[in-house]
Ligand binder design. Sequence first.
Ligand SMILES: [Zn+2]
Length: 385
Amino acid sequence: MKKLIFLILIFLNVSSYSQTIIPDISARVDTSKTAIKQVYNLYKNYLNSRPDSIYHNPNWNTKEAKQYLKGKVFRIDRSAIQMFSYYDSKTYFSYYKPKILQIDSIGSNRYQIKTIFAKECPDTDYKTFTPDCITKLYAVRDDKGLFKLENVISYDTRNWKTFKFKFITYKVHPNSVFNKKEAVKASSFCEKISKQFNITIEPFTYYILPNSDEMGKLYNYEYWLSYLGGQTLNPFKEIYTTYGNASYPHEFVHLLFPLPKDNISFCPMIINEGLATWLAGPSMTETFEHALTETSKTFQSKEKISLEDIMTFKLRNEFDNSILYVTGGVICKLVYEKHGVEGIWELYNSTDKNFKFVLEKLFGVPYDNLEKYVIEYIRDFEKPN
Ligand SMILES: [Zn+2]
């Protein structure tokens, strides 16, 4: 689903407890003003009403909530999609305590709320992991005069240049440039994949951004510690790139292949990323063959390798997920060579539960044997000099 450039997972040593979260405020937040106090209360209520859950939070703009919850895959708040990937909100807030830095009027009936999430006295080991982020949300009065929260993306991109090219709507950051030649390449790649796998292309939006911080802003982050280089949000039919490019084949694969019908039974990450890696390389800048060569060298330096260690990230490179992506890519390649497009669909429709069984069926051998075969294929790919 996404390319994590940098993944940090720290182990929060806290126990979950039910307690009202009362965000601190900086000296800049003047709650003696009625509107500011209302916005403060709205935000406090939001933090205390399960922001980690996928549901229509009563503190959120209704129209936006309906639009975001269509697929029931993501939370309404774009920053919450990433913030609560590993911890529920209570655990997260008990470690990273929210402190509101600013609540300011920035337009007619529109206020911004900026909040820092930081640990007050971190253990020495975790000092560099705090603050985790600074978020920005909008509070906007609805037609009844009540403040409701909003993501920043619609308002903050309202003046951006927009280009339509076939089924792609490009939204271009003011510091980025739209390249039409790349857009031609982009649509040709999508059409090729659509034909090869018999997929109908649905129109989508593609955000061209100059760097990761500008992407963070569209996800309601003024600062983020764990950042992304590019991402596809398939339920929203959106692609983000921080490389300023108008063609991003790896992400197109993620966007074109459909979500599971129940929006729950996703295929294992090794297949989802493996498929995009086999068809378009692991990232914007690297081909599948090059990544396979590098992974081959890594495998040659290791004694024991298992698919389990790869899938649980016990075996990984320090700064990227290439080993998982390439191994998945090789599985897709081998299955395609044996069963063609049908084999790829069987892999893509597998789940964590039946994954081993599907692999055994497609390779026609017990799991241990196919595991050995895949690992040896990668190890032997680059012949040592
Ligand atoms: Zn990916």
